[in-house]
Design a protein around this ligand. Sequence first.
Ligand code: NDP
Length: 274
Amino acid sequence: MDYYAVVGNPIAHSKSPTIHRLFAEQTGQALTYEALLAPLDGFEDMVRQFQARGGRGMNVTLPFKEQAWELADSCGPLADRARAVNTLIFTDDGRIRGANTDGLGLVQDLCVNCDLTLRARRLLIVGAGGAVRGVLAPLLEQHPAKLVIANRTPARAEQLAEDFADTGPIQACSFEALDGQRFDLIINGTAASLSGELPPLPAGIVGTETYCYDMAYGSEPTVFQRWAHTAGAAGTWDGLGMLVEQAAESFLLWRGVRPATAPVIRHLRGEVAA
Ligand code: NDP
């Protein structure tokens, strides 16, 4: 039996144990997966203890993704680019490898589950925190016509645009300066939905050709999804699919097999709604 876990603070509401249990059942893998609450100053101790207990890998969530990147002995290019790690792999020689699967999970959800094309499309991503940093490179790899980042604190968006300038047509913009622009896809990567808030976006940026995606999810459409629907968006989604897809990428790194995600998304949707 192989041991895996997700570590974060808070962690009680994590869906990762359910997702990985379903993946393991589906693929016939013998593993356990638990949720571990690390004290805010105790992330590294928790990881080292789990590794010493024979753990094979961990997922890392808020607020430890940057610390996980620093802790890993080596990282994949997406993790290095994001300077954040959501997947740790403990190798047989005692080393720790880090990966970031958030961006691959988002792109998989957008392109496969939502059936969207990103090539040559006008993308807006709202927010400039850790989640947005993690998804920029995989989004730009899809060759959009442009990727605009807008954030409440504009300097953070400008910094991201500068950091990723060599990977594609990326630019920063204030919320006010969005007025008069139109987009094919708007991704809400802020934490606003978690508190039922809406970034102050001009309604005119949504047209009948615009799809809207919230990285947050809940039992009902988020306030951002409702706003987009009212503004006439062509379609809206929440981030539940991304959550399952990034988990599938972690599972693939650990176990060498990518589980089918559709039944797991369906199961989780029922659980979240209940
Ligand atoms: P961070 O705390 O790193 O960043 C938060 C971002 O949200 C900042 O850009 C911040 O702006 C902005 N923000 C917060 N509150 C508001 C508000 N009221 N109005 C406008 N902007 C606001 O969080 P993360 O980047 O880690 O997470 C962002 C979201 O992504 C969360 O909802 C999280 O649940 C979701 N997520 C989903 C995943 C999935 O698999 N579905 C995976 C990872 C994250 P400022 O810079 O001005 O403070």
